[in-house]
Design a protein around this ligand. Structure first.
Ligand SMILES: [Mn+2]
Length: 320
């Protein structure tokens, strides 16, 4: 890993015009880790574009330093692209292969689509991979970068609750706080700026919770109609599946959401089930405890539930 970090740094030093890119519909880790490198590369005198193909970026992340510099226009001439938190090339949402690509990620399912692939599935967030990259290369991290890295860490660990959280995660967080990150500020920005439309949507969605597999699994639905009635937006659906996973007896939670392409399934598990297996079966991906896929074609909620129920039963057998 250290030699890859050094190789990547040499490539960055040799480049002039750099594009930082993260996956479509970015989360806190995708945007946070890409934004964290921006001040560092600017300091090195590079021309930097922060690109994301998504039309409307998640508002809850608008406090991240340099958030307003994210653009969905790719520059014509650039010599290096660096991708963050993106498991496969198609999730970047660009057509042409970049001249050179460095791929920073922590998804075990990463397809190694870059010229340099720095994938650490043990990392709690991609921002931890970027942090390690900085440490190995003695790159100093300023407060803006630290705030982005910290936010990415908080969001990707469910506020330091997941199994990925270990001593290294807290040491990184402590180091970032010593640089000037204010954890209460980040927490207020992330969790205390809720929208009424989101709460209204939660009420409707929770009403659809259906238990199955002897209480070890649960489904929850989000229809287009619910979204319209409540005025909710897509990011309002983000935490629903986690809340369903939080039911005491539940090992696997599955949210089904209607969108233009079909029915999107989001899966979570608590202790042992590998839900990435289910997501992969339907062309998606993710982590052992959090994964997703889109089921295209003529499906309704009940059809998808019946299909997924068998898959859930399979992964529930993994116990012991
Ligand atoms: Mn991530």
């Amino acid at each position: 890993m250290n030699s890859l970090f050094k190789k990547a740094y040499e490539k960055i030093k040799d480049s002039k015009n750099i594009v930082l890119i993260s996956h479509i519909n970015p989360d806190g880790d995708a945007l946070g880790s890409s934004l964290s490198l921006y001040p560092i590369l600017k300091n090195m005198g590079k021309k930097v574009t922060i690109f994301n193909v998504t039309q409307s970026l998640p508002q809850y992340l608008d406090f991240l330093p340099n958030f307003n510099k994210v653009t969905n226009k790719l520059p014509k001439n650039y010599d290096l692209m660096i991708s963050f938190d993106c498991g496969s090339f198609d999730r970047l949402g660009i057509e042409e292969k970049p001249p050179f690509l460095i791929n920073f990620d922590h998804h075990i399912s990463n397809t190694n689509y870059g010229d340099i692939n720095i994938i650490d599935p043990k990392a709690a967030s991609t921002s931890q991979v970027v942090y390690n990259f900085c440490k190995v290369n003695n790159i100093s991290i300023d407060k803006d970068s630290a705030t982005c890295m910290y936010t990415a860490l908080v969001t990707d660990t469910g506020s330091f609750q997941y199994e990925s959280v270990n001593e290294k995660v807290f040491l990184m967080a402590a180091d970032l706080v010593s640089i000037g990150v204010k954890p209460d500020f980040v927490a207020k920005m992330l969790f205390q700026r809720d929208r009424l439309s989101r709460l209204r949507l939660l009420a409707k969605a929770y009403d659809t919770i259906e238990m199955c597999c002897d209480g070890e699994a649960a489904f929850v639905e989000v229809s287009k109609e619910m979204m319209e009635i409540t005025g909710a937006i897509k990011e309002d659906t983000d935490t629903i599946v986690n809340s369903v996973r939080n039911i005491a007896s539940v090992e696997v939670a599955c949210m089904l959401r209607e969108d233009d392409e079909g029915i999107k399934i989001s899966l979570r598990s608590k202790n042992f089930a590998d839900v990435s297996k289910i997501a992969q079966k339907y062309g998606g991906g993710g982590h052992i405890r959090a994964a997703g896929a889109t089921i295209k074609g003529e499906y309704d909620f009940d059809k998808v539930k019946n299909m997924i129920k068998d898959d859930i039963n399979e992964v529930l057998k993994e116990k012991e």
